[in-house]
Write a protein that binds this ligand. Structure first.
Ligand SMILES: Nc1ncnc2c1ncn2[C@@H]1O[C@H](COP(=O)(O)OP(=O)(O)OP(=O)(O)O)[C@@H](O)[C@H]1O
Ligand SMILES: N[C@@H](CCO)C(=O)O
Length: 292
């Protein structure tokens, strides 16, 4: 048997829709795999009752198929599904790394990114890799058609998860399919600022670069209290806050020493709207890790 842990991830970071992603220290999924005649899946842990065990409907089933690696797969969920924390991607990434090792397929970590993205197509209809890339490689990642670029970064983060469910499929349906040139120019500026900030582990640049006037405003209505929670995070010392992935989690970047205050303020702002929430005090983390 092989055991692999893969982390939660936060995609988009505002200006990098379907391109940027970052691995978080926590939470994480743990996946156990054993060779078998055919693939079977068991799911336990956070939100497991909402996750199908049918290999055709679970992200790890698509990964096993793509690697021709049938297995008994047990998933212990630490990342709540439909959270905006790359729940489906964490399982897919862990399964890709585990099955590659179990069957000695010899794929590099970079080569496993499109394999794990096959799993994402099962749940959201698109094989986007912005969650699976950081879940496999760790750090901050930039995904394009040409491949993945990885940047090491060290940042203090808060991921605040309200008791609201937003499915990626629904959140994608509200994204505009055209942008004006002025919006494009502004987005390129923000995205470039964010990448420079990641390369320098500079929370001010990253926070500034998270601004986005295209996708985020269209999705903000799906999260009750979005504006208030972002404002509370900034007032408590965050340099920026935005929707994590497709939401409803809100990701905040913290100045040194402000992480606890940011977490508390975000929870309280949700509570003022009558929404329960929990906050992960986290940072930029490693990718999938194999435990034999
Ligand atoms: N192994 C899995 N883990 C979690 N969700 C899964 C898995 N396999 C299938 N799903 C389904 O995927 C959906 C959750 O994925 P979704 O992409 O909506 O959320 P997320 O991964 O938390 O968010 P995001 O991609 O925005 O960060 C649920 O409908 C769930 O049943
Ligand atoms: N980039 C994706 C991430 C969610 O899976 C989105 O925002 O729809």
């Amino acid at each position: 048997m092989l055991i692999v842990r893969a982390p939660a991830t936060s995609a988009n970071l505002g200006s990098g829709f379907d391109v940027f992603g970052v691995a978080l220290d926590r939470p994480a999924d743990v996946v156990r795999v054993e060779k078998a005649e055919r693939t079977t899946i068991e799911v336990t842990g956070v939100g497991s009752r909402y996750i199908p065990e049918d290999p055709k409907r679970n992200t790890v089933g698509a990964v096993a198929e793509a690697l021709s690696a049938p297995a008994r797969i047990r998933i212990d969920k630490g990342v709540r599904p439909a959270s905006g924390l790359g729940s489906s991607a964490a399982s897919a990434a862990a399964a890709a790394v585990a099955l590659n090792e179990l069957y000695d397929r010899g794929r590099s970590r970079e080569e496993l990114v499109p394999v794990a993205a096959e799993g994402e197509a099962v749940v959201s209809g698109a094989a986007h890799a912005d969650n699976v890339a950081p879940a496999i490689l760790g750090g901050f990642t930039v995904v394009t058609e040409e491949g993945v670029t990885r940047v090491d970064a060290d940042l203090s983060l808060v991921a605040c998860l309200p008791d609201i469910v937003v499915s990626t499929r629904d959140a994608r349906s509200v994204v505009p399919d055209r942008v004006a040139l002025t919006d494009l120019v502004e987005t390129v500026g923000h995205a470039a600022t964010l990448v420079a900030g990641m390369a320098r582990s500079d929370p001010d640049l990253v926070g500034r670069g998270m601004a986005d006037g295209v996708v985020t405003p269209a999705r903000a209505d799906l999260i009750d209290g979005y504006d208030e929670v972002c404002a509370a995070a900034r007032d408590a010392g965050a340099t920026g806050a935005t929707i994590s992935g497709a939401g409803p989690t809100i990701l905040a970047v913290c100045r040194s020493g402000t992480q606890r205050a940011v977490a508390v303020s975000m929870i309280e702002a949700f509570e003022e709207r009558g929404v329960e929430a929990q906050a992960y005090r986290t940072g930029v983390g490693d990718g999938a890790t194999i435990y034999r």
